[in-house]
Design a protein around this ligand. Structure first.
Ligand code: ADP
Ligand code: MG
Length: 265
């Protein structure tokens, strides 16, 4: 079996200390396989963004570990950490985080600048990324001149420009109307399918989650993956079905499926 791109091993994350301590993640373990699209689903405040920040090496766990391509990420420090994150990940957030006074091209090539790529090469790769998003004609516009959908396409071009292994998208369509959001989703899934970029989508949007290969659910800092129950889970499910009236087997399954609740919320 190939090494997972990312592994979360018994992750804990607490904010604050003493009486104000809040345990946002309480022991979360799972693997992300290369090339898959994975939705991290849960209600607001459940710990989705906290989990994504840990996976993306933007923050450190209070306990547990992240492995990136099989290597414990805690070994990465300082500049090496920044370089690895910049070379391996692309980010698409609900808030676009574009520099409005800079041009579209300047925004897109920022990861290349951080990586120390020279000016001519930056321009070449930046324009290629913009072409993929059908925005090459906007390269010289100020980012502030663009519509929301165009801005999110610029963000995707920026996420792509370093040929990342993984794109993290945190509520990528949260600030867009549904038609524009659907276009942005199509682009993300196309990149996943055609370029094999692993896609990790954080969302509370049921339809977006349903488009992913796999869904994991976060609730109160714990993780559930109903489609891949832990060993023993199906036995427990079967046992409870046995003692209950089984005229409607689905009913039992639904009540044991945190997905049903989360998605309905
Ligand atoms: P989600 O993305 O699912 O809405 P978050 O991961 O952002 O949830 O937050 C999970 C919980 O942790 C929330 O209760 C939130 O208030 C808390 N939290 C997140 N970041 C911080 C922080 N920097 N300091 C204190 N509490 C935080
Ligand atoms: Mg969030």
């Amino acid at each position: 079996m190939t090494t997972p791109v990312l592994q979360a091993v018994d992750l804990h994350k607490s904010y604050g200390r003493g009486a104000t301590r809040f345990d946002a993640l309480k022991g979360v373990s799972f693997e992300v396989r290369a090339g898959e699209s994975l939705a991290i689903v849960g209600k607001s405040g459940s710990g989705k963004s906290t989990l994504m920040h840990l996976l993306a090496l933007l923050d450190q766990p209070s306990a547990g570990e992240i492995r990136l391509n099989g290597e414990p990420a805690e070994r990465l420090r300082g500049r090496e950490l920044n370089r690895t994150r910049n070379a391996t990940f692309g980010f698409v957030f609900q808030q676009f985080f574009l520099t409005s006074s800079a041009t579209v091209l300047e925004n897109v090539v920022l990861p290349l600048k951080i990586a120390g790529v020279g000016r001519a090469e930056r321009k070449r790769r930046g324009m290629a990324a913009l072409e993929q998003l059908d925005l090459d004609d906007k390269a010289r516009n100020k980012a502030s001149d663009l519509s929301g959908g165009q801005k999110q396409r610029v963000v995707i071009a920026r996420a792509l420009v370093n040929s990342p292994q993984v794109i993290f998208a945190d509520e990528p369509t949260g600030n867009l109307d549904s038609a524009t959001g659907a276009l942005v989703e199509d682009i993300l899934f196309r990149l996943n399918r055609e370029q094999g970029i692993t896609l990790i989508v954080v969302t509370h949007d049921e339809e977006l989650a349903a488009r992913c290969d796999r869904r994991i659910f976060v609730r109160d800092g714990l993780l559930f993956e109903p489609e891949r129950p832990e060993p023993g889970a199906s036995a427990r499910l079967g046992a409870s079905a046995d003692v209950e009236d089984t005229t409607d087997g689905n009913d039992t399954a639904d009540r044991n499926d945190p997905a049903a609740e989360e998605v309905a919320a």
